[in-house]
Design a binder for this molecule. Structure first.
Ligand code: GLU
Ligand code: ZN
Length: 496
């Protein structure tokens, strides 16, 4: 390998629920950035919130990362020089750092109760003053502290923000300045001793020597606090003393210009997997949420993204999630697969629980004969099942809407003529088409109108793969039997 650079980025989700597309976009940009620079991609699990985190979603995160192809250089199951990479296993580290921060005066015990805080916040709001923490416990005397302790008052640990503004250059948004009024002292350890995200995230970034923090814009307001904490950590000798650079990725908007929320069904990664998106297609689309490879170019591979990705090219404006575009890009990636690969990727959708046919009815040769035709038409892999089920079911599916649409007055006469001509035709797509064309002509119908009832009789649906190739693969006997069954049904049902 080329000489590894010093770039170290991290992807550090909390295992709460299914991964969502916003999270995947964050992982993608971090991964692409690391690979572009020949750096290190660290995967860390932020599972310090026992009430919300679950083992099940931890497993899901790992599974998702593997499916997406984001191999991590350090992290769970892989290990690394800063192990463990699950914060729940690092609690003693955080307790030690909190203690040292207090000893050095960078943090202090705050004895204010929730009610007192709320009262003062309300008063500040009324007076038009900033309503963040007002610093009441910043400079308690030893006597005051002793008195509170004697009372048995619970206390949290609060970080002491510096009195000067904090300025940093965001890699996406440029220079930003936060004034002290807007960044009050904040809690880092709960009264019960549990460390908060506000502490554990920067502590681990420092210890793991993270050089670049790329994350969603929703975390921008915590950046000045984290920079101040970083400086304090440097002061007490935690980490290597440098502050990472930050880049905040733009919001992702959903329907109606609202932020795409975790609860939005179209934001769940699992949904895309279940529908049969290719990882290449989904990631290609997610890359476009804030970045582009070139003007007028939407389609690219992950290798191409890695080669081209610069964080400075990320756009600060909100990006809009467009499912239709995501599907179109996926369809393009499906078309670009080599056919053998396409066939292999269809595999899960050709058996239970997706496929409705009995396993022994599956005929690989028949499937492979139609696969190239399907490949150019699918949006998502799961569509394959409905496109080929007519081959493997004893009878075509009954889709009432299709039947109503195709079976008009006179369809029985057309079907009878078509049946007769098909019965005599050479069983090849071209000849079958001639047969249906000729049947249509006898009834004054163009090919499109003439083939609709044949298609519904044979496949059950009005839409599907090219009909005559489908009939060729299905075979003469089964085709004619299905036309006969449709005719019987038409005869049985009262006209009009
Ligand atoms: N665990 C945090 C989250 O999921 C990480 C935020 C960060 O990247 O700093 O939101
Ligand atoms: Zn206080």
């Amino acid at each position: 390998m080329a000489s590894a650079s010093d770039v170290r980025v991290r992807f550090c989700p909390s295992p709460t629920g299914n991964p969502h597309v916003g999270l995947v976009r964050t992982a993608l940009f971090n991964w692409a950035f690391a690979r572009h620079h020949g750096g290190t991609f660290v995967f860390r699990i932020e599972d310090t919130d026992a009430a919300r985190d679950s083992e099940e979603s931890y497993e899901q995160l790992l599974d998702s990362m593997r499916w997406l192809g984001f191999e991590w250089d350090e992290g769970p199951e892989v290990g690394g020089p800063h192990a463990p990479y699950r914060q729940s296993q690092r609690m003693d580290v955080y307790a030690d750092v909190a203690r040292r921060l207090m000893e050095a005066g960078h943090a202090y015990r705050c004895y204010c109760s929730a009610e007192e805080l709320e009262e003062r916040r309300e008063a500040a709001r009324k007076a038009g003053r900033p309503s963040g923490y007002d610093g009441t416990c910043r400079n308690l005397t030893d006597e005051q502290k002793a008195a509170y302790e004697a009372e048995g008052r619970p206390s949290i640990v609060r970080f002491r923000m510096p009195d000067e503004p904090i300025t940093f250059t965001d890699l996406v948004r440029g220079e930003l300045t936060f004034t002290p009024e807007n960044v009050p002292d904040y809690g880092i350890v709960r009264a019960n001793g549990a460390p908060l995200y506000t502490l554990v995230n920067p502590v681990d970034d420092a210890l793991m020597e993270i050089t670049h923090v790329l994350r969603g814009e929703d975390l921008l307001s915590s950046t000045p606090r984290q920079i101040a904490l970083y400086r304090a950590l440097a002061d007490i000798g935690v980490g290597n003393g440098s502050v990472p650079e930050f880049g905040h990725l733009p919001y992702v908007m959903g329907e109606g210009n609202k932020k795409l929320s975790k609860r939005d069904p179209q934001s769940s990664l699992n949904l895309y997997r279940e529908r049969g998106f290719l990882r290449e297609g989904l990631l290609n689309y997610l890359a476009l949420l804030g970045w582009s490879i070139a003007e007028d170019r939407d389609i690219f591979s992950m290798d191409e993204m890695v080669a081209a990705f610069e964080i400075g090219d990320v756009n600060a404006n909100p990006a809009r999630f467009d499912l239709k575009k995501c599907e179109a890009i996926n369809a393009t990636h499906i078309r670009e697969l080599d056919t053998k690969d396409f066939i292999a990727r269809c595999e899960p959708w050709l058996k239970a629980p997706h496929a409705p046919w009995a396993p022994e009815k599956f005929d690989r040769a028949a499937f492979e004969a139609l696969a190239p035709l399907a490949q150019t038409r699918l949006t998502v892999l799961s569509d394959i099942t409905a496109n080929v089920d007519f081959l493997f079911l004893d009878e075509p599916v009954e889709d009432e809407a299709s039947w109503q649409k195709a079976m008009k007055a006179g369809s029985d006469a057309l079907l009878r003529t078509a049946r007769a001509k098909l019965a005599e035709a050479e069983w090849r797509a071209e000849a079958l088409k001639e047969a249906v064309l000729a049947a249509g002509e006898e009834h004054g119908l163009k090919l499109g109108k003439a083939q609709a009832p044949v298609r519904v009789a044979v496949t059950g649906r009005t839409v599907g793969l090219p009909l005559f190739e489908s009939l060729e693969v299905l075979g003469r006997d089964r085709t004619l039997a299905r036309v006969d069954a449709a005719l019987a049904r038409l005869e049985a049902q009262p006209e009009g």
